[in-house]
Design a protein around this ligand. Structure first.
Ligand SMILES: Cc1cc2nc3c(=O)[nH]c(=O)nc-3n(C[C@H](O)[C@H](O)[C@H](O)COP(=O)(O)OP(=O)(O)OC[C@H]3O[C@@H](n4cnc5c(N)ncnc54)[C@H](O)[C@@H]3O)c2cc1C
Length: 419
């Protein structure tokens, strides 16, 4: 009599688990298929410094551009950790594709977290799902560089309409995007740090190209400079101040998704080193090739990166859930000490993963030697290394370290046993 009773209770749970596993299988497989397309074209994308059209056609047909959009808007509703896995998978095939995908998801997260209650932005989320729109970002500005929390340009709002002009030194895939999120001062009288974030779409935008993108790496991101002009409805400006968007969403999502891309690039390089090492071992049976020490070192570093990333993704999810719970019960903000700890944790994630990824691929190059140095072999890692040199520069690590130092100064040292 007991068995059917237990089965009946467990069955819905089993069913839910099976459904979740099926869904996970679906997006993981979709990401792998897109990564295979990206890998096939990666060398050509890199050589020609062209947008990875084929990979993005695949991502769109797999409906992965709306992966993070909640199911209530028609998206797949993946978590940040799941989107991070998509980024990592894509990075095995083509770093530029993965970075563009990550940058797009950062913009989606900003709209979702700060615009999901505003009708205009709800409409954009629905449109994004339906048309698989690709969103870019213009936070950096001429004469301001990577100081994201300051703007020189100001948005002008008259009679419910805005206009903006921004000299943007770098807008990745700006010429291929369906929309661009732009930072600006709130008004012409506002201080440089009183910023807003404006969601602009193709019909609102005029982009005047300034210069080309002939870079060391990440060549497929086509990160050209533009004079950006946009006009539209005032409600396109996200209601939350940019300072809050940046702290709550843009920085943590950027740092975790970028870190996933860099981890994926390093992991692909390590796979190549392992294949090289196995081929060496096969050629001389009975002995361990001398590169073994370096391979062990590279694998150890990669595992540390993966563990650090996993902890940061858990922290981001916990912070998100705690904030939602506080908002639902109208509780006060998290204590300042927790906010400072979270901010410095995300900063050190970015600086440590960006520099360790380079160390890993440098080790791989030493393992593979000339076969790794030459382009076009199954062990080539020149592109990996060139792509990764952008990592410490995307918001300069020195700038981030200086900010982290200020945050650490304001924090009490962690007590034993606390991370
Ligand atoms: C592949 C790639 C794609 C990008 N895509 C985009 C994009 O889509 N949209 C966008 O807006 N931006 C983009 N950027 C730009 C990026 O976000 C930064 O703005 C940019 O990398 C910083 O440029 P910078 O090095 O010229 O300037 P800065 O960060 O200003 O650095 C210049 C120099 O000043 C030093 N420096 C300046 N201030 C400090 C400080 N406070 N502390 C310590 N050192 C300091 C730095 O060490 C460095 O030597 C991209 C960058 C890359 C590499």
């Amino acid at each position: 009599m007991n068995a059917p009773h237990i089965d009946a209770a467990v069955e819905p749970e089993r069913q839910a688990l099976a459904e979740a596993e099926n869904a996970a299988g679906t997006w993981r497989e979709a990401a792998q298929r897109a990564a295979q397309v990206a890998a096939r074209h990666a060398d050509h994308v890199d050589r020609e410094a062209r947008f990875p059209v084929e990979a993005f056609d695949a991502l769109k047909s797999e409906r992965l551009l709306s992966a993070m959009v909640p199911a209530s808007f028609g998206g797949a509703g993946l978590s940040l950790a799941e989107v991070a896995q998509v980024c990592e998978t894509l990075a095995h095939g083509c770093a530029s594709t993965a970075m563009i995908y990550a940058m797009h998801q950062i913009q989606v997260a900003c709209i979702m977290e700060h615009g999901a209650h505003a009708p205009w932005h709800q409409q954009v989320l629905a449109q994004l799902v339906e048309q698989q729109l690709l969103l870019a970002s213009a936070t950096s500005e001429e004469n301001i560089g990577g100081s994201m929390r300051t703007s020189a340009c100001a948005v002008d709002v008259i009679d419910g309409r805005f206009s903006i002009e921004k000299m943007a030194p770098t807008i990745s895939y700006g010429a291929h995007a369906d929309g661009i999120l732009v930072t600006a001062r709130r008004t012409a009288e506002s201080p440089a740090s009183d910023q807003v974030l404006i969601v602009t779409l193709l019909g609102d935008l005029e982009l005047e190209k300034r210069g080309t993108w002939d870079s060391m790496g990440m060549r497929g991101t086509c990160s050209e400079g533009f004079r950006l002009l946009a006009q539209g409805h005032a409600e396109q400006i996200l209601p939350t101040p940019f300072a809050e968007i940046s702290d709550r969403t843009m920085l943590p999502v950027s740092h975790t998704l970028w870190a996933s891309v860099w981890t994926g690039i390093a992991a692909d390089a390590v796979n190549r080193a392992q294949a090289f090492f196995r081929a060496q071992a096969r050629a001389k049976p009975g002995s361990v090739p001398p590169a073994g020490m370096r391979l062990a070192e590279a694998v150890g570093l990669l595992q540390m990166m993966q563990a650090r990333l996993s902890v940061a993704l858990d922290a981001a999810q916990a912070e998100h859930d705690a904030r939602e719970a506080r908002e639902a019960s109208n509780d006060a903000d998290a204590p300042l000490s927790a906010q400072l700890h979270y901010a410095s944790d995300m900063n050190t994630l970015k600086t440590s993963i960006s520099s360790t990824a380079l160390l890993v691929v440098q080790e791989v190059l030493m393992i593979c030697g000339m076969a790794g140095y030459k382009n076009g072999t199954e062990y080539s890692v020149g592109r990996h290394l060139r792509d990764l040199h952008s990592a410490p520069l995307m918001i300069n690590n020195d700038r981030i370290a200086q900010n982290t130092a200020s945050l650490l100064l304001a924090q009490r040292p962690a007590s034993p046993g606390r991370a």
